[in-house]
Design a protein around this ligand. Structure first.
Ligand code: COA
Length: 413
C-alpha cells in the first residue's frame, strides 16, 4: 500500500526533539527523510541520557524512526557542495539549530531559493522576531516563556513545568502541519516557501484558554478556580491546580488503595449531578436549594469534590471509571506510564510499538498518533550514524563509486 507522502524527500537537519518530532511524523506518512548529521558526532541526543553504554540513546531512537542518516560535514567546502546537491534534490529542508546556524554555513533563505526555488525551508526557533529572537531555547524555557508554567501548579507553590513536551514536540507538530500545507500550496504555485514556528508561539497557542481567562479576570473572579470564593486574585491568571480549564468543573480525587497514582479526574456536568450524588449516597443534595444548580455549587466546589472523594477512596480508579461512565459522568483514571505501556489496546492500534534495533535489541516506542486509513504507519528503527551515507550519495545525487570514495578521502562524509 502506498503512503500519503510517497515521493516527498526531506533534507532533515533537525536535532534533539522539536525538529525530529516533525520529520519523524512525515517519515511515518511515507516521506523519504534524509537526516544530515555531523560526522563522528551526529545528533547530540544519540549520546544523551544513555541507558546502555555506546548504544544510541532511547531519546534518539524514539525520535528518529523511519529516517536515513548521512554523516556530512556541512561546514567544509566539499561538504557544502554535497549539501547543495541535496538541496537541489529535496522538497523540504527542515532544521532547528540555534538562530543563524545555517546562514553561517552560507545557506541563507535567498541562497536556498537560488539553488531550488521549489524548496520548502522549515525551521523551529525558540522565539519569533522580538527581544529574544537570538536566544537558544529548550523545552522548559519554552514552557516558562509561553505562559504554561505561570498557570500550572497550585496557588501556594512555584510555577510548574509539565512533563508533556508541549514546547518541543508541540512545536514539531506545528512545523509538520506548516510543511504539509506549504507542499499543498506548491502544487498550485510551483514555488517553495519559508515555514517558521517559534516554540513560544506554540506554547502560547496551547495556553489559549489562559488568554481567555486573563480577559475574563477584568470582569470578576474566575469562579471555577480553587481561589474562589475565599482566595485572592491578582492582575494575572493564577495557577489553577487541577481545576478544569473548560466550562464544567473538575478535580482530581483520591482512590483506593491510595498509591501515588491512585487518583481519578471527575467532571461534574449539570446533568451529571443527579446520578453522581445518587451513586455516592448523597441523594439528599440532588434537589437541595443550596446545591441544585451549577451556580449554587460554584462557591463550594471544594466541598463537592471532597464528598465525591469520600466515595472514590473506597474504589480503585478503574472501578470509578467503570461505575461513573455508564452514568454519563465524564471521568478518567490517572494512568501511570507503566499502565499505558502495558495497555493491550494501545499496542493493537500502534500507539505503543515494540521495535528491534541492531545494537540495543528490542525497545518500546510511541507510534504515530495520527491514523490514516489509506496510509498506515509502520514504525522502522532509527538509523545508525551515517548508516546510509554511501546509499544516499549514490541514489539521490547519483555519485559514482569514485566520487563517493573521494568524498570520504576529503573528510566530507
Ligand atoms: N556539519 C557541521 N556542522 C554542523 C552540522 C554538520 N552536519 N550540523 C550542525 N552543525 C553545527 C551547526 O552549524 C552549529 O554550529 P555554529 O554554532 O558554529 O553555527 C552547531 O553544530 C550546533 O548548533 P546549535 O544549534 O547552536 O547547538 P546547541 O547544542 O548549542 O544548541 C539548541 C541546541 C536546541 C539550544 C539550539 O539548537 C536551539 O535553540 N534551537 C532552536 C530551538 C529548538 O529547537 N529547541 C528545542 C530543541 S529540542
Amino acid at each position: 500500500m502506498g503512503k500519503a507522502l510517497d515521493g516527498v524527500r526531506i533534507l532533515d537537519m533537525t536535532h534533539v526533539q522539536s525538529g525530529p518530532t516533525c520529520t519523524q511524523l512525515l517519515a511515518w506518512f511515507g516521506a523519504d527523510v534524509i537526516k544530515v548529521e555531523r560526522p563522528g558526532v551526529g545528533d547530540i541526543s544519540r549520546s544523551q541520557l544513555r541507558d546502555i553504554p555506546d548504544v544510541d540513546s532511547l531519546y534518539f531512537t524514539m525520535l528518529n524512526h523511519n529516517k536515513r542518516s548521512i554523516a556530512l560535514n556541512t561546514k567544509g567546502e566539499r561538504g557544502k557542495e554535497i549539501f547543495t546537491e541535496l538541496i537541489r534534490k529535496c522538497d523540504v529542508l527542515a532544521e532547528n539549530f540555534a538562530p543563524g546556524a545555517l546562514d553561517r554555513m552560507g545557506f541563507t533563505w535567498e541562497r536556498i531559493q537560488e539553488i531550488n526555488p521549489r524548496m520548502i525551508y522549515a525551521s523551529v526557533k525558540g522565539f519569533g522576531p522580538g527581544p529574544y529572537v537570538d536566544c537558544k531555547v529548550y523545552e522548559n524555557v519554552a514552557q516558562c516563556t509561553g505562559g504554561a508554567a505561570s498557570t500550572t501548579g497550585f496557588d501556594d507553590g512555584p510555577p510548574l513545568v509539565t512533563s508533556a513536551q508541549i514546547g518541543d514536540s508541540g512545536t514539531g507538530l506545528n512545523l509538520a502541519l506548516g510543511i504539509v500545507t506549504a507542499l499543498f500550496q506548491r502544487e498550485r504555485t510551483g514555488r517553495g516557501q519559508r515555514v517558521t514556528c517559534a516554540m513560544q508561539d506554540g506554547v502560547l497557542n496551547l495556553c489559549r484558554v489562559k488568554v481567555r481567562d486573563q480577559q475574563r479576570l477584568k470582569h470578576g473572579p474566575l469562579k471555577e478556580f480553587p481561589q474562589y470564593p475565599n482566595g485572592k486574585f491578582g492582575d494575572a491568571v493564577p495557577r489553577a491546580g487541577n481545576s478544569s480549564g473548560g466550562g464544567q468543573p473538575g478535580w482530581v480525587v483520591k482512590c483506593a488503595p491510595g498509591g501515588p497514582d491512585d487518583y481519578a479526574y471527575v467532571i461534574i456536568q449539570p446533568q451529571g449531578w443527579e446520578p453522581l450524588m445518587k451513586v455516592i449516597g448523597r441523594e439528599d443534595l440532588v434537589d437541595h436549594p443550596d446545591w441544585r444548580t451549577p451556580a449554587d455549587r460554584l462557591p463550594k466546589l471544594d466541598q463537592c469534590f471532597a464528598m465525591v472523594e469520600e466515595w472514590t477512596k473506597t474504589k480503585t480508579k478503574f472501578e470509578v471509571m467503570e461505575i461513573l461512565n455508564p452514568l454519563n459522568v465524564p471521568c478518567g483514571p490517572i494512568l501511570s506510564i507503566k499502565d499505558l505501556v502495558e495497555e493491550p489496546s494501545l499496542r493493537q492500534t500502534g500507539t505503543v510499538v515494540e521495535v528491534d534495533h541492531p545494537t540495543r535489541g528490542s525497545y518500546l516506542t510511541v507510534g504515530n498518533p495520527i491514523k490514516l486509513s489509506d496510509s498506515p504507519s509502520e514504525v522502522k528503527r532509527s538509523p545508525l550514524l551515517g548508516e546510509h551515507t554511501d546509499e544516499i550519495l549514490k541514489q539521490v545525487i547519483e555519485y559514482s563509486d569514485e566520487e563517493i570514495a573521494a568524498a570520504h578521502e576529503q573528510g566530507a562524509v
